[in-house]
Design a binder for this molecule. Structure first.
Ligand code: ADP
Length: 185
């Protein structure tokens, strides 16, 4: 499936396996234990190798003894990944009747801020919270687009949204189109 570009080429939307990307950092949709889990978290831990778990254990001990709260970010190396770093974040668990979009936005915003502090230029995100955590895909896409429209005005960083399924990539493009974001192939 082709890549779609938005925001002067600074936002790329494509379908793929985030563990294979050669970028400064990939973002992990972790859980607060940071000890790995299912979905993209498990895939990242498998591809990065056991050193990632050791690094996460050290993060827990040193910085987050009670676990990483939703919306926060933590940095490790990428170890066996092609990505140099992993930015771990914890998305909100979707709750009907409670708006957790601010927390979801914080995941993206804090990851971008950390990447900038580290002088990174390329960053890739999975669809945080839209798997096991149950966040409706289109509502999440609206949050992502709003954050990116604000954050990517400065041209110092390129962001990839790496969707595991072609259906998700198409659904994202449909939301972007509905909200009036110009795209180029
Ligand atoms: P969460 O717990 O935050 O909902 P999940 O890992 O359950 O996180 O799902 C988040 C998204 O990541 C889902 O759309 C899932 O299909 C996707 N995903 C799973 N494995 C990969 C992968 N290797 N690369 C990119 N995305 C992935």
């Amino acid at each position: 499936m082709a890549t779609t570009h938005y925001m002067n080429g600074r936002l790329k939307v494509f379908c793929g396996d985030i563990t294979t990307l050669e970028v400064d950092a990939i973002v992990n949709a972790a859980n607060s234990s940071l000890m790995g889990g299912g979905g993209v978290d498990g895939a990242i831990h498998r591809a990065a190798g056991g050193q990632l778990k050791a690094a996460c254990r050290e993060l827990r001990r040193r910085d987050w003894p009670d676990g990483l709260p939703a919306g926060e970010v933590a940095l490790t190396e990428g170890f066996a990944l092609s990505a140099r770093y992993v930015i771990h974040t914890v998305g909100p668990v979707y709750a009907r009747g409670e708006d957790r979009s601010v927390t979801l936005a914080a995941c993206y915003r804090n990851a971008l801020a950390l990447a900038r502090r580290q002088r990174m230029h390329t960053l890739a995100f999975p669809a945080i919270s839209t798997g096991v955590y149950g966040y409706p895909f289109e509502a999440a896409a609206e949050v992502v687009l709003e954050v990116m429209a604000g954050e990517l005005a400065e041209g110092d960083i390129e962001v990839g949204l790496c969707f595991f399924s072609a259906d998700d990539a198409r659904a994202f493009d449909a939301v972007a189109q509905r909200l009036g974001h110009d795209s180029t192939a």
